[in-house]
Design a protein around this ligand. Structure first.
Ligand code: KG4
Ligand code: ZN
Length: 348
């Protein structure tokens, strides 16, 4: 079964064809990073316009790269939640129109849940029960999957997502957007123990918190450059040298990673899952991968980096499993839900 996956929930326009939920036939991603870099973050209106310009060429390219025509496609899977409303509308409208015109079944896919399915594009997919740490720009969640579409949210961030913290700290110390890869790169030459930063502990739960860590970095930078707490954060980067910048990047990354791994390790001990996966943009982080592998007594098969950030392949992969259990949705009735949390989407 060949599923075309379409993703446009944030700043990537992406389409991919996946066969039987495990073989990647094509993967086209048009990133808007260069456009949003100018503003230091994603501008929703600009994102939506860019999606409109490229959505059709991206979908056509996914078919061409897979060497397929519409006749070969068995279904269309599309992200309908959560995300930026204007961005979601472009992808879903394209998918709905194509489902009607080409007479294909249409499957609505939850973006955050789909991130986890980047780990299923593999000869030996993860076994259930599966513990998933989902770490992206908008989400930080620990989820226990008992089967496809059968999951329980164990914990989530009470404030900022960890990716958001990477992005904000990067801005504060003068590293380019997106902050995750910039911090990871700068940290390579920094000392992770140069600055002692606090790890937030939510006692008795699997929740996370990253806003205190972000503020702790701000205060440490202000102290380091000798200004008081009223000094504006956007003027700080000019006062930092390269060594200090690298040390802040490494110390922040170390603390953020340890916070994630501490909570995941506790959940592992309680639930004894058969597999552990990480998903979302921050899952591309090498220090997170290294630390998790060191601390958990289980082999973790990490997804390729390019499948961690937003892509259509993860949408097509989850679409395959969804299609095996659920009826397609009426393309005239599919609506976007910009803030749908994953707890409300269990579908098994
Ligand atoms: O999953 P994603 O592409 O989009 C969302 O659904 O949010 O995640 C984007 C986030 C950004 O915050 C970005 O800074 C972060 O993932 N990210 C990383 C790395 N690569 C991307 N964070 C840490 N280390 C990385 N190597
Ligand atoms: Zn994402």
């Amino acid at each position: 079964m060949k599923i075309l996956g379409i993703e446009s929930s944030c700043d990537e326009t992406a389409a991919s064809v996946v066969e039987d939920g495990r073989v990647l036939l094509s993967n086209v991603v048009n990133s808007q990073i260069d456009i949003h870099k100018l503003y230091g973050g994603v501008v929703p209106e600009v994102a939506a316009r860019s999606h409109i310009e490229v959505i059709n060429p991206v979908i056509n390219q996914a078919l061409t790269d897979a060497n397929l025509t519409w006749d070969d496609i068995d279904g269309i899977a599309v992200t309908y939640a959560p995300g930026l409303i204007g961005s979601l509308l472009v992808g879903t409208l394209a998918a709905r129109t194509l489902a009607i015109l080409k007479n294909k079944p249409l499957y609505p896919i939850h973006h955050v849940e789909a991130h986890v399915y980047a780990n299923f594009l593999n000869e030996t997919p993860p076994e259930f029960p599966m513990l998933a740490l989902i770490v992206s720009g908008g989400h930080t969640q620990l989820v226990l999957f008992r089967g496809h579409g059968d999951f329980e949210l164990l914990g989530q961030t009470r404030d900022d997502a960890v990716g958001e913290a990477f992005d904000k700290v990067a801005k504060m110390i003068g590293l380019p957007y997106p902050g995750g890869p910039s911090i990871a790169k700068a940290a390579l030459v920094g000392d992770p123990h140069a600055y002692k930063l606090p790890k937030a502990k939510m006692s008795g739960s699997y929740d996370f918190s990253f806003s205190g860590l972000k503020t702790a970095v701000l205060r440490a930078v202000q102290r380091e450059v000798g200004v008081d707490i009223s000094f504006p954060s956007h003027d700080l980067p000019a006062l930092l040298g390269d060594v200090q910048r690298a040390n802040f990047a490494a110390s922040f990354q170390y603390t953020a990673v340890e916070t994630l791994v501490d909570v995941t390790q506790r959940a592992y001990q309680e639930y004894s899952p058969k597999s552990v996966v990480i998903a979302g943009g921050v899952a591309a982080n090498q220090e997170l991968r290294k630390s998790l592998s060191k601390r958990l007594p289980i082999h973790i098969d990490y997804a390729p980096i390019e499948l961690c950030t937003d892509n259509g392949a993860m949408i097509a992969t989850l679409g395959y499993y969804y299609a095996s259990k659920k009826e397609p949705i009426d393309p005239y009735k599919l609506e976007v839900i910009p803030s749908l949390s994953m707890t409300k989407t269990a579908w098994a």
